[in-house]
Design a protein around this ligand. Structure first.
Ligand SMILES: NC(=O)C[C@H]([NH3+])C(=O)NS(=O)(=O)OC[C@H]1O[C@@H](n2cnc3c(N)ncnc32)[C@H](O)[C@@H]1O
Ligand SMILES: [Mg+2]
Length: 429
């Protein structure tokens, strides 16, 4: 028998070639005395047709969906077959005969989540996971080629970064209570004093009460911190990073984007500079659209969705009011009621994918703000120390990787962007 080839490569061979492929039975049906077996591997699908003269005919009729198989035969043109070619099946080896596979075409979203350990085999999920892999690969590529060091921060932390309401407490081995990290930001801020430009990609945990299409309780968080820079400096990093990632997906995952039915035009627009609008301007636009918002309100998914209608590429929303953002954001010296913060909103209704901004670098200013926010300074002792020993202006951001994948892939729910989503109601499988 010939050497096993990935299906994508087998399909490129000339008709008449002897091929052997291996994978899982994607579809199986009988038509008259012929057995049609469609095999799936990580590169695609190919049809094999077994006639009564084929040595493998009997096995081909008995093989079940999702059985693992090795199939051999001669390649031939057939415009009706997926990929325009099929295998005139000669032999089939059943490596693992599958029991009755529980997933049917009309399976509900909830059932597909319940059997996600099997549903990850679907062509849609396979396409999303390949695209997700490119997104992470491109992120590392960009940071590493722009002078950033990858660092790793603890998952067990002692104080809230993004507010106490979404902390997951953990009973630690010594009996104390610690928390799962919401963000590596403070540790990155410590690391800029040695490496100056740092990034990390790790899970963050938020006990979000809200059941929405863009919240997970465990999500993948790419965070970066840069010494000696301010708000505009970090926005430039963000727009170049996101543009690079989208460009790489367009280069590498056309097939997957097509399988997902993604309209590519919005993605082709993703080039720096991105538009920048102030929070003030955003409130004006939203009020002009008849939304019931006033200055000082936080902006939720509905408001963000309405704003994205004004743009055909990602855009920055900067200058949030002090009360809307976390304590560590630096107040604008020229307008102390607003902060030097900025979110990056993805178009097409997706909204926030990045949160970030300039940090408070002066010790007294940070101490005042911690107290203003009713927080306990002793919970932030080591974070305050960073301002006692050679403080520098610095800025950073956090990019929600699952939200980024959801937008780029054009998915309608964040749970479809990650293999095993964790939400308010799901920690299984
Ligand atoms: N280093 C930093 O400056 C990051 C900063 N401490 C931070 O955590 N900002 S953030 O809360 O807006 O979260 C950052 C991003 O993280 C994503 N995010 C934030 N929360 C979630 C949940 N619950 N699910 C999915 N994605 C989430 C979303 O894209 C946000 O824009
Ligand atoms: Mg945010």
């Amino acid at each position: 028998s010939t050497a096993v080839k990935p299906i994508r490569e087998a399909l490129r061979l000339p008709a008449g070639s002897q091929v052997t492929v291996r994978g899982w039975v994607y579809r199986r049906r009988d038509l008259g005395d012929k057995a049609f077996v469609v095999v799936r591997d990580s590169t695609g699908i190919i049809q094999a047709v077994f006639t009564p003269e084929s040595p493998g005919h009997a096995l081909a009729r008995k093989v079940t969906v999702e059985s693992s198989v090795i199939v051999g035969g001669a390649l031939r043109e057939d415009p009706r077959a997926p990929g325009g070619k099929e295998i005139a099946g000669r032999n089939i080896e059943i490596v693992g005969l599958a029991e009755n596979f529980p997933i049917r075409r009309d399976a509900s979203r909830e059932f597909l989540l319940e059997v996600r350990h099997l549903a990850v085999r679907s062509r849609k999920m396979t396409a999303v996971l390949k695209l997700r892999s490119t997104v992470f690969e491109a992120l590392h590529e960009w940071f590493r080629s722009n002078g950033f060091y990858e660092v790793h921060c603890p998952m067990f932390i002692s104080a809230a970064v993004e507010g106490g309401a979404t902390l997951f407490p953990v009973k630690y081995v010594d009996g104390s209570t610690v928390y799962l990290t919401q963000s590596s930001q403070f540790y990155l801020e410590a690391l800029i004093y040695s490496l100056e430009k740092v990034y990390t990609v790790a899970p963050s945990f938020r006990a979000e009460k809200s059941r929405t299409r863009r919240h997970l309780t465990e999500f993948w968080h790419a965070e970066a911190e840069v010494a000696w820079t301010g708000l505009e400096g970090i926005l430039k990093v963000e727009e170049e990073l996101v543009s690079h990632i989208v460009r790489r997906v367009l280069e590498k995952n056309r097939e997957e984007l097509e399988l997902l039915g993604r309209n590519l035009e919005p993605l082709k627009n993703v080039e720096p500079p991105f538009p920048r609008i102030s929070y003030d301007k955003a409130i004006e636009i939203l009020q002009g659209k008849g939304l019931n918002v006033k200055w000082g309100d936080d902006l939720g998914a509905d408001e963000e969705r309405a704003l994205t209608e004004e743009f055909d590429k990602p855009f920055f929303l900067y200058g949030f009011p002090v009360g809307v953002k976390a304590f560590y954001h630096k107040n604008d010296p020229s307008r102390p009621e607003v902060t030097l913060s900025a979110d990056l909103l993805a178009p097409e209704g997706y909204g926030e994918i990045i949160g970030g901004g300039e940090r408070i670098e002066k010790l007294e200013e940070l101490l005042d703000k911690i107290k203003q926010f009713g927080l306990n300074p002793s919970d932030y002792e080591w974070y305050l120390d960073l301002r006692r020993y050679g403080t520098v202006p610095h800025a950073g951001f956090g990019l929600g990787m699952d939200r980024l994948v959801t937008w780029i892939a054009g998915l309608d729910h964040i749970v479809d962007s990650i293999p095993f989503p964790r939400t308010v109601t799901r920690t299984y499988p």
